[in-house]
Design a binder for this molecule. Structure first.
Ligand SMILES: Nc1ncnc2c1ncn2[C@@H]1O[C@H](COP(=O)(O)OP(=O)(O)OP(=O)(O)O)[C@@H](O)[C@H]1O
Length: 556
């Protein structure tokens, strides 16, 4: 059979962009997008994307260019996920919650031809541009005038609707020549260091999109609420996924629990995604409205504490839990649910569900390895190692950073920097990010494990545990805690320590507890542990006694 080779008929490059054309054929008169009082059908969305791509193309934007977008979850943001790559350019969504200086640094790094800005991001974008040095040409600014009262001045090239109106609805969109051509450039959240520019190919995004639909069992024509920012790793590929299944995208630019509950009811939302912080806000909000029908919610991005999972499920949400990175374009490991687990008590179900799980269908392999030897760790649920992945949705690499790219790609694997264990049943569980592990007297302490105990305390709203330098132990756990509102009695530092002592080995118990009204978060809702670590460091080294009994172990 050696003479049978791939032929053009079997080799057309994979791309997720074709899903839109198909959606217009199959679901043409069905609702594609709802935003306040505006709605579109899939035929309209298809036409508007072609027109926008055509305008970009006739303005000289295309292959080899980057086009950036600084916008919230509004219809234009959805359309741009298709329209920019349909012009041949690479799409770069920028996090709207960054500060002007960081946005400016990112823009100078990726050098876009055009920057799309919505009303809510206008002053942020203009500040970022004002920080450009004189010898750097800023991008052309396109204003998405989603608010009729906003004015367009000479700083802007044109408005979004101008571009849509003047474009050709019969434009032949630019198909990738190779499926390895870049389609998106996404910056990481910057949880552990400065954001890195991750580049993905059409092939990677196509695979991740299909995989995400299968893994979460998304049916045809779901009603999908955009509680996950589309700028965060392209909303885990669900913008393209919703076109594939003809879903209705309910747009909401900002998270507010009361608005979310109203939208769920008004539009019959049945699917949504969000980081664990979203689950926490939904389940601890005073605005909780009983769900009339169950809503599937997919969570990832940070470890979801079992207590938050139970609370969310008790309201009628059906939670699925997955794990991924900007570098994998979406969720590549998920806690594949077994029917027999439904019979278990709620706390046990939540404990199982808080594990990250097994590789999704399209990922080739996932493992936990010893970072020195590269060999798989024991499947005992306690030997820690680094999580490594391989498969089609692993990024092409970091933009303009070959050293960082080489550093995380070794022996055919992508090294995630996440510390985990492999359980005997083949499910993996994250114990920490390597930078967040606390090393106390030679013992590795998983901050996530300490946090999961603290999350069961009835007065605690949010918690993060970080290392505080210690004269004797090297480091000790320091817990930053925000309390629930309306408590009749607030716990003291000692109460919290006692609570942990009853549930954790002594060496894991926080030696310091700091109360804060709110914990600092990244724009994607992750607690900024590096900020808290600096605060803990700033308080000076603790000087705990050496009376603790523990056998020092070597670090990982
Ligand atoms: N289900 C999960 N449980 C625990 N942690 C998770 C989960 N999903 C994702 N994460 C964490 O999020 C990380 C990926 O996040 P993202 O790509 O948004 O940027 P970041 O890693 O937070 O930022 P940076 O790389 O700039 O520090 C993973 O490496 C992991 O630490």
């Amino acid at each position: 059979m050696e003479e049978l080779k791939p032929r053009p008929a079997s080799c057309s490059p994979f791309t997720p962009l074709g899903f839109l054309e198909r959606a217009a054929t199959v679901y043409g008169d069905c609702t594609s997008i709802i935003y306040n009082d505006t709605s579109f059908t899939w035929s309209q969305t298809h036409r508007r994307c072609l027109q926008l791509a055509s305008s970009l193309s006739s303005s000289g934007v295309g292959i080899g260019h980057v086009v950036s977008v600084l916008a919230h979850n509004i219809p234009a943001m959805y359309e741009l996920q298709f329209a920019v790559p349909m012009s041949g350019a690479v799409l770069n969504n920028i996090n709207t919650r960054l500060d002007g200086r960081t946005v400016s640094v990112l823009l100078r790094h990726c050098e876009p031809k055009v920057l799309f800005i919505d009303t809510l991001s206008r002053s942020l974008a203009l500040e970022a541009i004002s920080l450009f040095p004189h010898n750097k040409t800023p991008p052309q600014l396109v204003y998405i005038n989603d608010n009729d009262e906003a004015t367009v001045d000479s700083r802007f090239w044109c408005t979004y609707e101008n571009l849509v109106e003047k474009g050709d609805p019969n434009f032949k969109w630019v198909r990738p020549k190779s499926e390895w051509d870049p389609i998106v450039l996404n910056y990481t959240s910057g949880t552990t260091s400065s954001p890195k520019g991750v580049v993905h190919s059409h092939r990677g995004i196509f695979t991740m999109t299909i995989d995400s639909l299968i893994d979460w069992e998304v049916p045809k024509q779901p009603i999908y609420l955009w509680t996950l920012p589309m700028f965060h790793a392209n909303g885990w590929c669900y913008p393209w996924g919703m076109a594939a299944v003809g879903g209705t995208n309910v747009c909401v630019p900002k998270f507010d629990a009361s608005i979310i509950y109203n939208l769920i009811k008004k539009h019959g939302v049945n699917h949504m995604c969000g980081a664990p912080v979203v689950l926490n806000m939904l389940s601890s909000s005073p605005e909780i409205k009983p769900l009339e029908n169950s809503v599937k919610i997919l969570t990832a991005g940070a470890p979801p504490p079992a207590a938050v999972l139970s609370r969310t499920e008790s309201l009628g949400f059906v939670v699925s839990h997955g794990y991924g990175l900007t570098e994998t374009a979406g969720l590549v490991v998920s806690c594949a649910w077994k029917r027999k687990w439904n019979k278990l008590p709620a706390t046990e179900r939540a404990r199982l569900k808080s594990r990250q799980g097994v590789r999704t269908l399209a990922l080739t392999e996932a493992d936990v390895v010893d970072p020195q030897s590269g060999l798989s760790v024991k499947r005992d649920g306690s030997t820690v190692g680094e999580i490594v992945l391989k498969g089609a949705s692993v990024m092409l690499g970091y933009f303009k950073d070959p050293i960082a790219t080489e550093k995380c790609m070794k022996n055919g694997w992508f090294y995630t920097g996440d510390v985990g264990v492999m359980h005997a049943d083949g499910y993996m569980e994250i114990k920490d990010r390597s930078k967040d592990v606390i090393i106390s007297g030679g013992e590795n302490i998983s901050s996530v494990e300490v946090e999961s105990v603290l999350y069961t305390h009835p007065a605690i709203n949010e918690v993060a545990v970080v290392a505080r330098p210690d004269q004797y132990w090297g480091e000790t756990p320091c817990a930053f805690v925000s309390l629930k509102t309306g408590l009749t009695r607030k716990p003291s530092e000692q109460d919290i320590v006692q609570y942990c002592r009853a549930k954790l080995p002594h060496y894991m118990v926080p030696k310091t507890v700091v109360f804060k009204d709110e914990l600092p978060k990244t724009s994607t809702g992750k607690i900024q542990k590096f900020v808290l670590r600096d605060i803990a460091k700033g308080t000076g080294p603790s000087s705990s006694s050496s009376s603790r009994v523990s056998q020092p172990r070597t670090r990982m």
